[in-house]
Ligand binder design. Structure first.
Ligand code: GDP
Ligand code: MG
Length: 598
């Protein structure tokens, strides 16, 4: 009976179409959160999410809805991120549900991630409920968007519920629709426990907290559970749901979405996608789990203080529990010492990881320039995967360098096809096809080197189309390319962490841009610092950072004591995220200079 009254659904959409705001209204209408506690995008509970106004993590909550049929239903709602870097969060959320509420902005219409999310939901055989949101906006065009839902997505546009997550209009109707159309979960209560771990987080007191979807059987405190992948066994200390605060429950049954704690301190035992079963009555077959995510970009993470290396390892291990797409392995740099080469799904993901390490784990870090993984064919026929430019073999040992290429799908109004194609061409793209979606919009498909996509492609795409184009991409293989490694020398020392790979055609120009950029970023010191860029032994660009003028330093030391204290303080704060590289103090921003292409 409880199963019959349960509905599990994720809210998915292109970024900014109103998922988190819609979740707010649902929490409010179901009295899950009191008026006093209510705030905008409540489920974006991380500071980082609130500051940036974006959802980074999936977030599952239980709520109770009194339907028009007089019955009370248990909803498990999962709010998801919209940015392409966090698609893994979306696919893991969907695997815990029977339905997907697909939000489409009434003014923006269907965008690239709208379609990408539809495909994810279809992969999992979910019931998709289209919602046209922001109908309060003067620029809303619900009729046009309905047609798009029909033409582009292939769902019945007339089925779409029109809502304003801002005013709450239409949300009631949506809740009824969820009751009627999202299928109830259908697990076997008597079968051995089978629960899918779709997320986890490390808690200093409770150990690892597993977010699970119970597929079959039941689980309660005191049960012995087994994590099927690692074989580790534990006794359950607590089960419960988030509403949105953790609420302890006596039992979780097939169909529930909740959490399990079992004093799991050994982080290595848990993996997202693993199946939890009962150790005394185990199931013989684990759930399918998730496909592994392959990182798109790699960068080195180094503690500014070398003594913090082990702290950084521990922080990465704990963070990995909450960010299943993060990968890392130890690496050393001549310039930066001991650190980790980390794999990310994109630059936003990289940024978020660095910030979370700094905020949640109190780390002070230097991140090196991101790089994709190159497949290098050596003259002896062997292949080497290179994700750290400084490890690129000598030119004489290389037969061919292959770079990763993505299939990029750019959804754009007809009027902007020209600028989009121009941009793709400039970024070394190879045209594939153009699909007309309806009479105003096309999907332009190109094969473009991943390195061109992840750096500033998206910004250029947005500015070239007045914000109208949206992008989705997936890895599509490798292709040979005429690439060279460029080294940067500071004060005549090669700084391995600043090396980067460029297409030969752009090498000269990029070297010039980067040396000039470094000159602006690296603070003057009391000696002159030459900056050079080189391919092998050949210097292709050079500039100098002039030394302080003597009288400037003198004044700092003799001036008014108050002012001097302030200056020293400022210098100290500036020292944060600086790293002594040989004799030169290099700030974090220098390592990102490589990202600037003009
Ligand atoms: P998400 O990225 O899909 O989670 O989108 P958010 O819920 O964070 O909303 C993005 C922006 O759209 C925020 O500024 C919201 O205030 C705004 N927004 C969301 N829903 C509506 C709506 O129905 N009407 C209007 N006018 N603005 C909305
Ligand atoms: Mg959101």
């Amino acid at each position: 009976d409880r199963q019959q009254h349960t509905r599990n659904f994720s809210i998915v959409a292109h970024i900014d179409h109103g998922k988190s705001t819609l979740a707010d209204r649902i929490l409010e209408l179901t009295d899950t959160v009191s008026k006093r506690e209510m705030k905008n995008q409540l489920l974006d509970s991380m500071d980082l999410e609130r500051e940036r106004g974006i959802t980074i993590k999936l977030n599952a909550v239980e709520l109770h809805y009194q339907a028009k049929d007089g019955e009370t239903y248990i909803f498990h709602l999962i709010d998801t991120p919209g940015h392409v870097d966090f698609t893994y969060e979306v696919s893991r959320s969907l695997a815990a549900c029977e339905g997907a509420v697909l939000v489409v902005d009434a003014a923006q219409g269907v965008e690239a991630q709208t379609l990408a999310n539809v495909y994810l939901a279809l992969d999992d055989d979910l019931e998709i409920l289209p919602v046209i949101n922001k109908i309060d906006l003067p620029s809303a065009q619900p009729e046009v968007v309905k047609q798009e839902i029909e033409d582009v997505i292939g769902l019945d546009g007339d089925d779409a519920v029109c809502t304003s997550a801002k005013t709450g209009m239409g949300v009631d109707e949506l809740l009824e629709k969820i009751v009627q159309e999202v299928p109830a979960p259908s697990g076997d209560l008597e079968a051995p426990l089978k629960a899918l771990i779709f997320d986890s987080i490390y808690d200093d007191y409770r150990g690892v907290v597993l977010s699970v979807r119970v597929v079959d059987g039941t689980v309660k405190a005191g049960d012995r559970i087994k994590l099927m992948n690692s074989g580790a066994e534990y006794e359950v200390t607590e089960v419960g749901v988030n509403s949105p605060k953790p609420l302890k429950r006596d039992i979780l049954i097939a169909g529930d979405v909740g959490y399990i704690t079992a004093s799991i301190k050994d982080i290595q035992d848990t993996r997202v996608g693993d199946t939890v079963t009962n150790a005394d009555h185990p199931t013989d077959k684990p759930l399918a789990g998730y496909r592994e995510m392959n990182p798109m970009v790699y960068a080195g993470l180094y503690p500014t203080d070398n003594a913090k290396y082990n702290d950084l390892r521990e922080a990465l291990e704990k963070l990995q529990l909450n960010d299943a797409a993060l990968e890392f392995e130890p690496e050393t740099s001549q310039a930066l010492g001991f650190g980790f080469r980390c794999g990310f799904l994109g630059l936003l993901h990289m940024d978020v990881i660095q910030e979370r390490l700094e905020r949640e784990f109190n780390m002070d870090l230097i991140t090196t320039a991101p790089s994709v993984t190159y497949d290098v064919e050596l003259t002896n026929g062997e292949h080497k995967q290179v994700s750290n430019p400084s490890e690129m073999p000598e030119v004489s040992a290389i037969r061919e360098i292959n770079e990763p290429v993505v299939k990029a799908t750019i959804m754009v109004p007809n009027d902007y096809v020209g600028p989009v194609m121009e941009l793709c061409q400039r970024k070394r793209g190879v045209f594939d096809t153009m699909e007309y979606l309806d009479d105003s919009r096309v999907n332009v498909i190109y094969h473009i080197p991943l390195s061109e996509i992840i750096f500033d492609f998206f910004d250029k795409l947005k500015s070239g189309t007045r914000g109208y184009a949206s992008l989705d991409y997936e890895l599509d293989g490798y292709r040979p390319s005429d690439l060279v490694k460029i080294d940067i020398l500071l004060n005549s020392d090669k700084v391995d962490a600043l090396s980067f790979i460029s297409h030969r055609q752009f090498a000269q120009e990029r070297a010039r841009v980067i040396t000039r950029k470094l000159k602006d970023i690296i603070p003057r010191q009391n000696f002159e610092i030459p900056i050079q860029a080189a391919i092998g032994a050949k210097i292709i660009s050079r500039t100098n950072i002039k030394a302080y003028r003597k009288d400037v330093t003198a004044r700092i030391h003799t001036g008014d004591p108050d002012r001097r204290a302030k200056l020293l303080d400022k210098q100290k704060r500036g020292k944060k995220r600086m790293k002594a590289v040989g004799t030169v103090e290099v700030p974090q921003a220098a390592f990102m200079a490589v990202l600037k292409t003009d």
